[in-house]
Design a protein around this ligand. Structure first.
Ligand code: HEC
Length: 156
């Protein structure tokens, strides 16, 4: 009895996981195909990092925009022509400088932004671990503390 309910729970979890991974809209799926062009810099495993992990970019855009259309419009606009006035990721800006423009067709940029809106990115634990080590090596304990807090909150 117990055994079968565990099996049933497992089947349900697998079902939900597969439904979840298929939840991207057709537009987002097209955007995902172009996403490697962004991942070269936004890869959270990189040491040193070349761009901020998309997990945090997505959170900031979700907080700073009104709705899905605003999210897509603002992100596509930034990526086409990054500017200090439009940038909202102050921390990445300070550490990495402004992102270079990605002069891709507008439709493609909107699809990529739609993908970034819809995707469930894993918390960038490797990135925070790298950041803690780098901050300590640079004698910046306050910054190390901040990234350690993110690790404790999202990766433990
Ligand atoms: C050459 C490296 C590089 C590539 C390629 C790259 N980025 Fe970035 N990106 C960065 C850096 C560095 C930042 C942080 C500084 C900033 O915000 O401008 C950033 C920040 C961002 C931000 C946050 C901007 C803000 O409001 O501050 C978005 C959105 C973004 N990138 C989207 C993209 C997308 C989408 C692609 C692919 C089409 C992409 N990036 C490709 C380096 C890159």
């Amino acid at each position: 009895m117990l055994h079968s309910s565990i099996r049933c729970g497992l089947a349900l979890t697998l079902l939900l996981a597969s439904v979840h991974s298929q939840a991207l809209s057709p537009e987002a799926l097209e955007g995902k195909a172009f996403y490697p062009a962004c991942h070269v810099c936004h890869n959270p495993q990189m040491d040193p990092p070349l761009g901020p992990p998309m997990w945090g970019v997505q959170r900031r855009y979700r907080n700073a925009t009104l709705d899905e259309e605003d999210f897509i419009e603002r992100m596509a606009g930034f990526v086409r022509a990054p500017s200090l006035e439009q940038a909202i990721h102050d921390e990445a800006l300070r550490q990495l400088g402004l992102m270079p423009p990605m002069p891709l067709p507008d439709e493609m940029l909107r699809k990529i932004a739609r993908y970034i809106l819809e995707e469930t990115f894993a918390p960038p634990c490797a990135h925070w671990e790298i950041a803690v080590k780098r901050a300590l090596a640079q004698g910046d304990p306050a910054h190390a503390e901040k990234d350690r807090n993110m690790l404790n909150r999202f990766c433990r």
